[in-house]
Write a protein that binds this ligand. Sequence first.
Ligand code: CP
Length: 311
Amino acid sequence: HKDLLDIESLSPDEVRHIFDTSARFMEINSRSIKKVPILKGKSVVLFFAEPSTRTKTSFDMAAKRLSADSFSLAATGSSLSKGEGLKDTVLTLQAMNPDAIVLRHSLSGAAGFIASHLDCSVLNAGDGWHAHPTQALLDGFTLFQHWQDFQDKKILILGDIAHSRVARSDVQLLSMLGCRIRVCAPRTLLPRGIHNWPVEVYSSLDKACRGMDAIISLRLQLERQEAGLLPDLREYSSRFCLQPGHVQKAAPGVKIMHPGPINRGVEISSGLADCADSLILEQVGSGVAVRMALLYLYLARSKPDQEITEE
Ligand code: CP
């Protein structure tokens, strides 16, 4: 593929190959010297028109550890703030001949739109409510490192499903790998087409947690709520904030996950976020390895047999 826009365009074999490649980069990342010359001479533009800590930093770190040059552009400080449109901005970037553009944007479909105008690779770092494929891949890879096999694993995705690109991409990836998925949310935070998703829908968090092997709590996306529909935070947290009592109903050793950033005490209790079964910071570490694997696989695609070399 030229671009990574969503999970739907990947096959299970391709996902497995991404996980296997990520595992090799996890090993390299555990060393004291982490830099390898695999993408020397390649250049990557990190174009983040929405805020990010994890995705932007880990893509930047991934590019640098592969010896690629990375360049950052944000909405503020760029000519976007002077009214330049998305198409003109990315055509301008392409004229500088980068090998990839990593895009985060508030509009669903923005990554696909720019990919259709560009010759270089486009990696979607989150577009509106649509997709966050690299987050889903790092979530899946984090679990893969613990489980190896996903068949019939039971996963609950909890919280603001309606506005979450992570929920959409996680459901696509984890169901493709053989997991059984539940979602739990207030009715107002479920998307309209939820009954077409391959999930069971719960409104009681107590019932939803029963027997789960992993629980992924999602951030309440306060910036994306429609006017007048913002949930009352106290009422929301009293019903949907993940607490130790809920987790006791899950399978022993249940994995606690959250893509971040966290609203502590709103969607997950502080104690659970920091508990021994929490994989939240492990997800962040996996994110660097998965993004190294993706940059390697998409940018070295002109030389598919190129080995990961350390010289
Ligand atoms: N999970 C995630 O996308 O985090 P950032 O917004 O910090 O990149």
